[in-house]
Write a protein that binds this ligand. Structure first.
Ligand SMILES: [Zn+2]
Ligand SMILES: [Zn+2]
Ligand SMILES: [Zn+2]
Ligand SMILES: [Zn+2]
Length: 309
């Protein structure tokens, strides 16, 4: 099959390879003989179907592109169709093409390509987030669906100039070991002073080593500063039901903000929040760029447990 417009660098080859378990799928005889051949090899005197045997019956497949639909380039999944000339298409493309093969115009959709359906199930690849700590290994045809969910768990280090990203526990540990000096401590449920330089914008708060990172951020608007608190945590998980309170006081002026929810973010964003922030007009700040406020991070009052207590 042609290589359809893909580049193949060294890294790419590694990224685009997978392990094929059940190598006998590719032996002469195809589907009919597959069963007897597997039995045959297991019945050979002295051979057992142990873990070693599984390894012995696996191989590495380079050019995983071969397992992508040649029309839409998505990984092929069951059912896979072919025309009488052997051109293949995924089920979605088959419907879009009104069951007409784009290569030879013969009908497409009457014949399944059963051997390729077996192959896309049997080729095992690591999740694309392996570098972030995901240990999942999946059938090639299930990779995309898994990665859509898995991507929402990857967090990016909030330290400026740091490109580290990982799953949450690794990210929290990384922050403690590499950037602890630039974070501030707090105690859950208590008010603590927080000094934020309105030009530096970001203050990272961590209760103890290796625990979640809270991001106190200020945004300079036309007439004042917007201050918000988010938690760096996977968006797909309902880990914490947290709220926060902010107090800023200067002389007789007092600004407060109480929030019963905290937005989970995967990375620090420099776009000003449109909801859930405290606003302090410039006229209420002194000349210094450092604003001293009080922050309390606590359980959300909307939390069912607390209401019953
Ligand atoms: Zn397709
Ligand atoms: Zn065709
Ligand atoms: Zn994953
Ligand atoms: Zn970092």
């Amino acid at each position: 099959m042609e290589n359809l417009g893909r580049t193949t660098s060294g890294d790419d080859v590694i990224a685009r390879s997978g392990t094929l378990l059940g190598h006998d799928l590719l032996q002469h005889g195809g589907l009919e003989q597959q069963h007897t051949q597997r039995l045959g090899s297991m019945e050979t005197p002295g051979e057992t179907a142990s873990g070693d045997d599984v390894i012995a019956r696996s191989g590495t497949l380079f050019a995983l592109d071969l397992l992508d639909c040649p029309i839409c380039f998505n990984p092929l999944a069951t059912p896979i169709f072919q025309c009488v000339n052997g051109h293949i298409a995924c089920c979605t493309c088959c419907a879009k093409l009104m069951n007409k093969c784009p290569s030879c115009t013969l009908p497409l959709g009457n014949y399944r390509c059963l051997i390729l359906e077996k192959v896309v199930e049997a080729v095992i690849v690591p999740c694309g987030n392996a570098k972030h700590g995901c240990l999942e290994k999946l059938s090639y045809c299930k990779k995309l669906a898994h990665e859509k969910v898995c991507d929402s768990y990857v967090l990016h280090c909030p330290a400026p100039e740091c490109n580290y990203s990982a799953f949450h526990l690794d990210l929290y540990r990384h922050y403690t070991s590499c950037h602890k000096a630039s974070s501030s401590r707090f105690r859950c449920g208590q008010y603590d002073d927080a000094l934020i330089n309105i030009r530096e914008q970001v203050l990272v708060l961590q209760e103890y080593d290796d625990l979640p990172l809270f991001i106190l951020q200020s945004f300079m608007g036309a007439h004042g500063v917007h201050v918000a608190v988010n938690v760096l945590a996977p968006s797909a998980q309902g880990l914490w039901e947290l709220g926060y309170d902010l107090i800023y006081q200067r002389g007789n002026e007092r600004f407060t903000h109480e929030s019963e929810e905290m937005t989970r973010i995967q990375r620090v964003s420099f776009e000003a929040p449109v909801v859930n922030y405290m606003y302090i007009p410039y006229s209420s700040l002194d000349e210094s760029l450092v604003v001293k406020m009080q922050i309390r991070i606590r359980k959300s009052r909307g939390d069912g447990e607390e209401e019953e207590a």
